[in-house]
Design a protein around this ligand. Structure first.
Ligand SMILES: NC(=O)c1ccc[n+]([C@@H]2O[C@H](COP(=O)([O-])OP(=O)(O)OC[C@H]3O[C@@H](n4cnc5c(N)ncnc54)[C@H](O)[C@@H]3O)[C@@H](O)[C@H]2O)c1
Length: 358
């Protein structure tokens, strides 16, 4: 099964912007500001903003509007997303409808989480520098334990049983493993590590093993190996420099990519992509809507700005993506940082500085 081609870069791109809730509404405009500044050199980028989030849900009882998925799929190249989550919606129903709705309905099977240390003082690891922490985690994003298949038996009694099914299709496992290898080849990365737990999960992860063994044979120039997820968790902390590309299932990828994010400076800096190669894909900072700091003008916009660089890379606008990464790095040198990173700047001040220096 060949992978679809990565999206071809064109001179123009159409981006749907969904800031969402809380600090999503504060950091996303800063990312858009930087994107506008970086694309002033001839290429054109059009932004269309959508007000989907808690306010709309509470006022109109609309989360993901009818026809939204088809519109995004047919009329936009990519989606720049903020965050969803609001204490006024304790069920988080609107977030589930919008974010999970888009992930599943747009079939965004690749969750890409780069882990890149931008400045050595940001890592909690001793004696590690930028060159030691530079890897990417590919998490399967549409299957596994997160499909919501299962049930209760004798719920609420002392004999209660809860079953949660782990759903893994041959097609789903193959396409994410193949994506990891294709990415490694395209980015001149030498090492791919597949992680599962086939010693204990002897059906689902037996499938992962068999598919991995098959696919790796097609990429003889790429060094590939397997680690059990518990070993990977230890090794990524002991020596992150041994990894370039990690590929794993939905649950393990969720956890290991957060661990990775922390190695590179934490939530405020981590970008992510929900990708279907060749089709409309969604890019979001890893952090949530942070109601505890929303409205205080201190949210760190760097995660969202780095997310927009990832989006440009997906659109094949490499030089512009690189310029954004560079200016974010120089924000560390100039201490143009928000309080969570030890700085004193406000969200908008950081965004303005990035836009005028990019
Ligand atoms: N993809 C998403 O939209 C997404 C992801 C995670 C959580 N959420 C939602 O966000 C809400 C809050 O969840 P949470 O508190 O567990 O996670 P969170 O990421 O919103 O916040 C965790 C902690 O990190 C801080 N933080 C996060 N982003 C920051 C930034 N850019 N700058 C400075 N500090 C930052 C917050 O102040 C908070 O102390 C919940 O409703 C949750 O469901 C949404």
């Amino acid at each position: 099964m060949p992978n679809p081609p990565l999206r071809q870069g064109g001179p123009a791109a159409r981006i749907a912007v969904i800031p969402g809730d809380g600090i999503g509404k504060e950091v996303t405009p800063e990312a858009v500001k930087v994107l506008k500044a970086v694309t002033s050199s001839g290429r054109k980028i059009e932004f269309v903003e959508f007000d989907w989030g808690a306010d709309k849900y509470l006022k109109e009882n609309i989360s993901l509007p009818a026809g939204a998925v088809e519109m995004l799929r047919d009329e936009f190249d990519a989606i720049l997303f903020g965050a969803l989550g609001d204490p006024r919606v304790p069920s988080n129903q609107h977030a589930a409808d919008i974010l999970l709705g888009l992930r599943f309905k747009l079939d965004l099977y690749v969750n890409a989480r780069p882990v890149e240390l931008l400045h050595e003082r940001m890592t909690p690891l001793r004696d590690r520098t930028e060159k030691d922490i530079r890897l990417i985690v590919f998490r399967e994003n549409t299957e596994g334990l997160y499909v919501g298949v299962g049930g209760f038996f004798k719920k609420g009694t002392a004999d209660e049983i809860a079953v949660q099914e782990d759903v893994n299709s041959r097609k789903g496992v193959e396409r994410i493993i193949r994506h990891a290898f294709e990415y490694a080849v395209a980015h001149n990365l030498k090492r791919v590590c597949m992680s599962d737990k086939h010693n204990a999960m002897n059906f689902a992860h037996d499938l992962w093993q068999r598919v991995f063994q098959e696919v790796r044979r097609e990429y003889p120039a790429t060094e590939s190996r397997h680690l059990f997820i518990d070993t990977l968790a230890m090794e990524i902390v002991r020596d992150p420099s041994q990894f370039d590309v990690i590929v794993t299932c939905n649950l393990f990828g969720d956890i290991i990519s957060d661990l990775g994010a922390q190695l590179a400076g934490g939530l405020g800096l981590a970008p992510s992509g929900n990708i279907h190669p060749g089709q409309t894909s969604l890019f979001e900072p890893v952090h949530g809507s942070a109601p505890n700091i929303a409205g205080k003008e201190i949210a760190n916009p760097l995660g969202s700005v780095l997310t927009s660089a990832m989006m440009l890379e997906f659109l094949d606008w490499q030089p512009e993506a690189e310029r954004i990464r560079k200016v974010v790095k120089s924000a560390f040198l100039g201490n143009m940082l928000t309080p969570d990173l030890g700085g004193e700047k406000k969200t908008v001040q950081v965004g303005d500085w990035l836009a005028s220096n990019v």
